[in-house]
Design a protein around this ligand. Sequence first.
Ligand SMILES: [Zn+2]
Length: 354
Amino acid sequence: MDARESSTMSLGMKRPLKGTLMDESKLYLGIDYGGNTVKLGLIDYYGNLSGKASIPTGDLTSKVACRAFAAEVGEFVHGMGVYTSELGGIGLAVPGIKMKDGFMTPNVKADWPLVLQSLERTFYKVNLTTINDSNAAALGEMWMGAGENAHTELFVTIGTGIGAGLIVQGSVIEGSHGSAGEVGHITVVPGGRECMCGRKGCVERYASARGIVQTFREAGESGKYDTAMFSEHEPQGESDTLAVFEAYREGDPRAIEAIDVMCDKLGFALAHVACVVDPDVIILGGGVASGADCFVDKLRDSFKSYCFPSCSATEFKTASLSNDAGIYGAARYAIISAPRDKAQRDWLDPDFGL
Ligand SMILES: [Zn+2]
């Protein structure tokens, strides 16, 4: 199965697959490969987590390093008392763009073909699938988290940047260039702040942690507010939104402006995404979502003011699986990507796209 086929494969959410006794009795390994740690989770067909672990992210550019990594993953699985033959599949979530001929992962050093080869050696004959990490988090939340019962979900990660995973009527959407869901780079201010992508005015320059802190500081330097109204909370670094949220709770006008700008720009961008995919739910994750009590109502109002009227009922929720969303999503992707025999395929109805 190539990446394109697997990317459009239906999930069959909340629906037992008749005749898939083999799948149901097995465990699935979710690997969430992050910039600092690699999270591992063994999860069964129904979403029960048997065990999890994390190992530090290393430099996987040599054969030796890749084999050592695969061996560590193997130790985790076998250390849980699980034989390779008991694994139904492995899902690997990668932090970057999944392309037809490989991956573009600027924040980690890894020779992905070599990593996959090493995992295949360690887990002989186990089906191995790959998924973008934002899509994995979206899938995890939809399976066992805040997106339960949704059919179309947009999962937005708000951290130092803004990423998103997109599931439309049960299918993970990756796009022709692996760039579906690049919500953070929707232009909301033509000619605005410079973005790392080389363009100007992207929403993440206003609504990510860095964007929020920048607005806070610019508001403080603008001279338009009485400094006596400023709180004592000052961001310590470019991404310290905790200080901005504390300042907001104390009525600091700099923080109010930062949150207003964030909600206006993000609501504008999300309203336009909704015009295209019409989600049941928009789930907010990432570090900035921990301050959702300060902004979620304003964000919803902003969204409603810009969106097509029939999309105004779109729910906004915060992620509930925290750091485990990626391992759940990667495991789930392994489940839905697992090869099925003809009898299983025949049973599935055409609406599920298999
Ligand atoms: Zn950009």
